[in-house]
Design a protein around this ligand. Structure first.
Ligand code: FES
Ligand SMILES: [Fe+2]
Length: 353
């Protein structure tokens, strides 16, 4: 491992305070357009997202200050949102514009609003101090809609803390065991890897040289008995880990051309609460663009692998929450280095030393 920093310090875990000062995905544009007034829990707060009449997405606390009725269960009138219980109304800045008939309250009433950025197909929210909501902090990530690539995507609600999900995504050493029937390399050949912390991002590159193809790709691609597989993973922010993969047939004569298959995968994670996480994923490929059957089979294969991850993370979450002993100490291995760097980065962002 090489690291410019991050080799010491606290490691985040499921008890670490959630990081508010970060852009998180709150929903997809498709979700918002389908629901009109979307209620979503983020960092233990209930938010309502909607569009004003000119199409701008806006977000505010989803809790009426009168009797806490969720505003998302009310209705919109022009750019205003009207509480469905007794009719308090709020504009898109959160200012109360109308009280129930006969009510009198001195002083201004306002709900907290939250900065949003729409970058289709995703809508991002800033849960920290609004004055710190710098659009340039939106994480940089590969295009989801590039020509000559095709995307499949999905969503999971995971009953586990988001730090464990990021660690699972940095950790490729579980592929050969947890995913032995899907995306793991069956012969469990150790791979070389390099992990480093650069500009607050944890980057890991791993090369599997001359290994058996993972079962999922062997059935879908024109692969021989041995392949080379390169995987790169980047922890970009508490809201995003993404990576890419190149697969080609192993060739002892390196000058001979071999077809390469490229994929990118993006994992957008948003803490719903201390122990639950929203997880949107996109898998993008540059091959079999017109082959819907391969797309369907890939989606099913990836979902099977993610279901294995979900089972592992939810099992760990349940076990660690139910066992009250404080004497337990985690073991870590050399292969955990990317995850450890990531956990130190999140701990620092959460204000832990
Ligand atoms: S609960 Fe909203 S106006 Fe009464
Ligand atoms: Fe996994």
């Amino acid at each position: 491992m090489s690291a410019s920093s991050g080799t010491t310090g606290a490691m985040a875990d499921s008890a670490t305070p959630l990081v508010a000062g970060c852009w998180y995905v709150i929903c997809t544009t498709t979700e918002l357009d389908a629901q009109k007034m979307l209620s979503r829990w983020i960092l233990d707060q209930n938010i309502v997202v909607r569009r004003t009449e000119n199409g701008t997405p806006v977000a505010m606390d989803n809790r009426c200050p009168h009797r806490s009725f969720p505003l998302s269960k009310g209705f919109q009138s022009g750019d205003e949102i009207v509480c469905g219980y007794h009719g308090m109304s709020f504009d898109s800045e959160g200012q109360c514009t109308r009280l129930p008939a006969g009510a009198e309250i001195r002083g201004k009433i306002a709900l907290r609003t939250y900065p949003l950025i729409e970058r289709a197909p995703l809508i991002w929210i800033w849960m920290g101090a609004p004055s710190k909501a710098d659009p340039s902090l939106l994480p940089d990530y590969p295009s989801l809609t590039e020509a000559s690539w095709i995307a499949i995507n999905g969503y999971y609600h995971v009953a586990a803390n988001y730090v464990g999900l990021h660690e699972n995504l940095q950790d490729l050493s579980h592929f050969e065991y947890l995913h032995s029937s899907s995306i793991g390399v069956p012969d469990r050949t150790p791979s070389s890897f390099d992990a480093r912390l650069e500009d607050g991002k944890v980057r890991c590159a791993r090369l599997y040289a001359n290994v058996q193809p993972p079962p999922l790709y062997q059935t879908l691609l024109d692969l021989g008995p041995r392949i080379d597989r390169k995987i790169r993973v980047e922890f970009t922010s508490p809201a995003l880990t993404h990576g890419d993969m190149t697969i080609r047939n192993h060739n002892e004569k390196p000058n001979e051309e071999e077809q390469e298959y490229h994929t990118r995968i993006l994992h957008f994670l948003t803490p719903e609460s201390q122990n639950s996480t929203h997880y949107w994923w996109y898998f993008i490929r540059d091959f079999a663009l017109d082959n819907g059957e391969i797309g369907d089979l890939l989606k099913r294969g990836i979902q099977a692998a993610f279901a294995e991850d979900q089972m592992a993370l939810e099992s760990i979450s349940e076990l660690t929450r139910r066992d009250p002993r404080t004497t337990f100490r985690e073991l870590s291995f050399a292969t955990d280095q990317p995850g450890i760097l990531m956990r130190r980065t999140i701990a620092a962002a959460a204000g832990l030393e």
